[in-house]
Design a protein around this ligand. Structure first.
Ligand code: PDD
Length: 280
């Protein structure tokens, strides 16, 4: 399929970057993952705002305007559509650029920009009907999880803890309080209240994060952001994951123990219905 690299479109398999790219050497870059439903990008403006925030943290200038990013995403989506893909995932990445290895930021680099689109693998009907299994883990990632950084070793190691036991995601705790999954946000439901962690430097504020908040308000569900303890997670009525690909997905087994009644619950059903209306 087609990809975009440094101003040109070409076959994904033939795209090459320098071994001195700081993305390769240091993970010195940021990325975005945007869903597109039936060719339409979902919450594009919110993804652009987060891209901008991530770049600002890195002190890398945004190489493109929102309209230019939109043009790139649309062209890649159009290419995927000719291959029959319905719903797609657009991946955008910006690294600091190419330079001789030095930890400090060399001035005046030209950022490396890469983008691709691929068919979106949504949750299966079986996962939606039964929910998914997760395992808890200590959050050993770094202290700037709010940046959507390509330095993802912490997330890779965390996710593998789940993969090793056939679970889909880790539910992580920092100092005893819920943070998030390796690549998703986690929601805790108790007595009708939807709870999530504070929006601070310990979690990535998913684009679904704001959407869940919106859906709760629209559906008259109580919504609270605060520090949530491990005990509260373990005694939740429902647990949910949210991300671009998981949309909103129920966790029904945590560390091998059923969550609540061990079935997808009513608040999941309500939020998933709201989500589907939003993307329709
Ligand atoms: N991950 N938390 C982390 C650590 C994430 O990496 C992600 C997204 C999320 C959810 O964000 P959003 O609702 O914007 O998808 C939360 C993407 C999908 C990824 O790394 O592939």
């Amino acid at each position: 399929s087609l990809c975009f690299l440094d101003g040109a479109y070409g076959p994904l398999r033939e795209a090459r970057v320098s071994v001195l790219d700081r993305g390769f050497i240091f993970g010195d870059g940021i990325y975005e993952v945007l869903p597109a439903y039936g060719g339409r990008l979902f919450r594009f403006a919110e993804h652009m705002a987060r891209l901008e925030r991530s770049l600002r943290e890195l002190r890398v200038p945004n190489p493109f305007s929102t309209a230019e990013w939109m043009g790139i995403a649309r062209r890649l989506i159009a290419d995927q559509e000719t291959r029959g893909a319905q719903n797609q995932l657009v991946y955008l990445q910006v690294t600091r650029g190419v330079a001789m290895r030095d930890h400090a930021m060399p001035p005046g680099l030209v950022p490396t920009v890469f983008a691709m689109a691929s068919p979106m693998k949504l949750a299966t009907p079986e996962q939606r009907a039964n929910g998914v299994a997760c395992v808890t883990a200590d959050d050993f990632r770094w202290g700037k999880a709010h940046i959507k950084s390509t330095s993802l070793l912490g997330s890779v190691l965390a996710r593998q803890i789940a993969a090793d036991v056939g679970a889909v995601e880790v539910v992580m705790f920092r100092d005893g309080y819920l943070s998030e999954g390796a690549s998703s946000n986690v929601w805790v439901i108790k007595e009708g209240v939807v709870m999530g962690p504070p929006k601070d430097h310990l979690v990535l504020e998913g684009i679904r994060f704001g959407l869940i908040e919106e859906l709760c308000h629209r559906r008259g569900l109580r919504f609270e952001l605060r520090r949530v303890t491990r005990d509260e997670v373990l005694s939740a009525d429902e647990l949910l994951l949210s991300s671009a690909t998981k949309e909103v997905l129920p966790i029904t087994l945590l560390d091998g123990t059923p969550v609540g009644r061990g079935r997808p619950g009513p608040i999941y059903a309500s939020l998933y219905e709201g989500y589907q209306q939003a993307v329709a």
